[in-house]
Write a protein that binds this ligand. Structure first.
Ligand code: ADP
Ligand code: MG
Length: 694
């Protein structure tokens, strides 16, 4: 046990042993280093604790005492009172709670606790109603400087044990932790040494030490990530030369003439940034962010035509066949008078058609290709690929970006997100890309009126409203949370499966209307036919799952009813309702929730209130975390040790600036940064494919 290192299993630390090691493992702690970097979630400040003699009626105060009496009784009909009495150095203070009988079980005799709240005198005795309670442990009294770290725990591990273990780790091993920051750099950032930082968070002598320690550890965590991203960006920029795709005034006006509308100032600005990138010998890696319906497709089409005009091939990848088909429809119409050779690659092509298309792409005869990512990445070889556009990408971070083999040249890449992404995620998940945030909407766009509709008569009114609008020529989507005829769920318990909703509504509320059905389990031909019928107006109502979530563009559809609305994320609901604000008619979105749960209702209320996708994304991120915005957790999360993206956004922005400056100026390649670089490569080298950038 003598020779501990940071990598020694935590079991061998003083005060741990095999049993506690198992408990710590549940918190993700297996080595002594893990323990050192397991930061308290809060710190308890005992320096403001006062005695009962110092209490002033109505003034917020914190008092420490020992539990000496616990009592619950009915004070009148329907009102139960729980009282827990503390002995505070010989004086008494009572905490009382009304109609919270469970509070009684939370206390044990002789335990030390803190009450915080506004005290009152009652019948000559001090009392606080609804105090905030902190449970202390016997040895917490000797807290350094009166500050106690508060850790997240697991069943079977007590706070005082965790505090003692963390203290042992700092005392025995805190000094072994290297400090990768050069002295001058550390001074510039005004952060303490690593060893001092660890001591500051686990054994704080005062609030300043705790804050400074936390800041050091969080900034370093984020800085390493940002350095990884900055190196990745540099690798891209130096790896392969890109073709320059210059734009002439003549080509510009030719492209604009093809478009059926005048571009918005936001679109013009985005195009301006993209065109500048395309005309450089370094491959563009740009992310285009805009709210739903802002008109990203037109920007993409413009860029693709620049590539074609410059004599290169270009490809547009969509996340679904429905969307690929829609883009094909739009672009094919725009190009009907032009000589641009183009193909749509989908799973529906016959083997012979597919073979023919691949040959023409490989020979360079085809200039513009549209398809799904799956189809294109499988086996397509280009002869002279200049620009790749990836539409509605949000499920995956940039780590999954396609690499195209196309001779010696790296193609330019434009990624378009499906949904606005909170700034902090943008700076991490897509942190090696240049960012264009396109603002503004095409003219005449109206805010979608969004209403939660309770069960009962109000829902009948919604159906009447839908029928009324449909009879004046509009169209409606009915969105269901699932398909329903899934093998695993033979019956559809709450009747929200698309198949069942389709049958039910066709016979009742929507009887007499032309109703279509689209969902992900239909075979792709049927699905495409359902979309075409809806687009052409031959069906008036489309019952669908989230296959219509992203990108689907039918301007005449202005009504949407979302069933089981509580089962969707906010950003997803915003994306869905974006389907009914495509044209210049007022759009309506009705949210039918199947729950009385306050949290779910609160979430849906945000959607009624907020109109902008960026605000909604921030709210979603706060409420549900990154996984729900970016798709599955596995793809949505980067390894961070102590930082939290929603909490530490300010530190993230700072770290990014510092990291990109260090790499950009070449300072990061100086020998005194070697230890930090080694760490960055250890952590992110593989994930970011940084081989050779050390
Ligand atoms: P998104 O940014 O969500 O992908 P789209 O590119 O699908 O949005 O555009 C939404 C709708 O707005 C489409 O019907 C498109 O034709 C229309 N549109 C795009 N740009 C303009 C514009 N400048 N003026 C008028 N309509 C536009
Ligand atoms: Mg789109």
């Amino acid at each position: 046990m003598a020779d501990l290192t940071l990598q020694t299993p935590v079991q061998f630390l003083r005060g741990v042993g095999p049993h506690r090691a198992d408990l710590l493992a549940r918190l993700g702690i297996t080595t002594i280093q893990d323990l050192l970097y397991f930061l308290p979630r809060d710190v308890l400040d005992l320096t403001h604790v006062v005695g009962v003699d110092d209490l002033v009626e109505g003034n917020l105060a914190t008092v420490r005492g020992r539990v000496v009496d616990r009592d619950a009784r009915m004070v009148k009909a329907g009102m139960a009172m729980t009282a827990v009495l503390l002995d505070c150095d010989g004086q008494f203070l009572r905490g009382v709670w009304f109609n919270q009988p469970w509070m009684l079980q939370k206390f044990h005799d002789d335990e030390y606790v803190l009450y915080s709240g506004k005290p009152k005198r009652r019948a000559g005795r001090w009392e606080i109603s609804n105090p905030r309670v902190q449970w202390l442990n016997a040895d917490d009294q000797e807290a350094h400087g009166g500050l106690l770290p508060v850790y997240s725990l697991t069943e079977g591990l007590a706070m005082h044990e965790m505090r003692r273990i963390a203290r042992n780790a700092v005392e025995d091993c805190g000094g072994m932790v290297a400090d990768e920051f050069p002295d001058e750099f550390r001074a510039r950032l005004q952060v303490p040494r690593t060893g001092d930082a660890l001591r500051g968070v686990h054994l704080p002598a005062n609030r300043e030490q705790y804050d400074a320690g936390r800041r050091r550890l969080i900034v370093q965590d984020l800085l390493e990530l940002q350095l990884g991203l900055a190196l990745r960006r540099r690798t891209w920029q130096t790896r392969g030369a890109a073709a320059r795709l210059p734009l002439s005034a003549k080509v510009d006006s030719r492209i604009r003439r093809l478009l059926p509308f005048q571009l918005t100032p936001g679109q013009d600005q985005a195009i301006h940034e993209i065109v500048a990138d395309l005309d450089a010998p370094i491959a563009m890696h740009r992310l285009l962010q805009a709210d739903v319906g802002a008109g990203k497709t037109a920007v993409a089409v413009y860029a693709m035509l620049v590539a074609v005009a410059a004599g290169f091939q270009t490809v547009l990848m969509a996340p679904t066949e429905v969307l690929a088909g829609q883009h094909w429809g739009t672009i094919d119409r725009l190009l009907s008078q032009s000589r641009v050779n183009r193909v749509l690659l989908t799973g529906q092509l016959t083997a012979a058609e597919r073979r023919d298309a691949l040959v023409r792409i490989a020979s360079g005869d085809v200039q513009l290709v549209i398809g799904t990512q799956a189809v294109i990445q499988r086996d397509v070889t280009f002869s002279k690929l200049g620009l790749v556009v990836i539409d509605e990408q949000h499920k995956f971070g940039v780590m999954q970006l396609a690499h195209f083999a196309s001779g010696a040249l790296t193609p330019h890449t434009l990624v378009m997100t499906a949904t606005p992404i909170p700034r902090s995620l943008c700076l991490t998940q897509f942190g090696d890309l240049d960012l264009t945030v396109m603002s503004g909407m095409p003219p005449g766009r109206q805010k979608v009126t969004t209403t939660r509709v309770p069960e009962g008569a109000a829902r009948q009114k919604v159906w009447d409203f839908v029928r009324g609008k449909v009879s004046t020529g509009r169209q409606a989507y009915i969105i269901c949370p699932r398909v329903g005829s899934d093998d695993k769920i033979a019956v559809d318990p709450d009747g929200l499966g698309a198949e069942q909703v389709f049958r039910r509504l066709s016979d009742t509320e929507l009887k007499g209307l032309k109703v279509g059905l689209a969902h992900g389990q239909l075979d792709s031909e049927l699905k495409a036919a359902a979309m075409d019928d809806f687009r052409s107006g031959s069906t008036q109502v489309l019952v669908a799952t989230t296959v219509v979530e992203v990108g689907v563009d039918v301007p005449n559809a202005t009504l949407m009813v979302i069933l089981g609305a509580e089962s969707f994320g906010l950003s997803q609901l915003h994306q869905l309702r974006g389907r009914v604000s495509r044209g210049s008619f007022q759009g309506y979105c009705f949210l039918f929730a199947q729950t009385d749960e306050p949290a779910a209702n609160e979430r849906l209320q945000e959607l009624e209130k907020l109109a902008g996708g960026f605000e909604i994304a921030e709210a979603d991120f706060r409420l549900r975390g990154p996984g729900d915005i970016l798709g599955t957790k596995q793809h949505g999360e980067l390894p961070l040790a102590v930082a939290d993206l929603s909490r530490d956004e300010a530190a993230l922005v700072e770290a990014r600036q510092v990291a990109f400056d260090l790499v950009g100026s070449g300072t990061f390649d100086q020998p005194d940064f070697a230890p930090l670089k080694v760490r960055v490569l250890e952590r992110f080298g593989k994930l970011f494919d940084l081989a050779g950038s050390g």
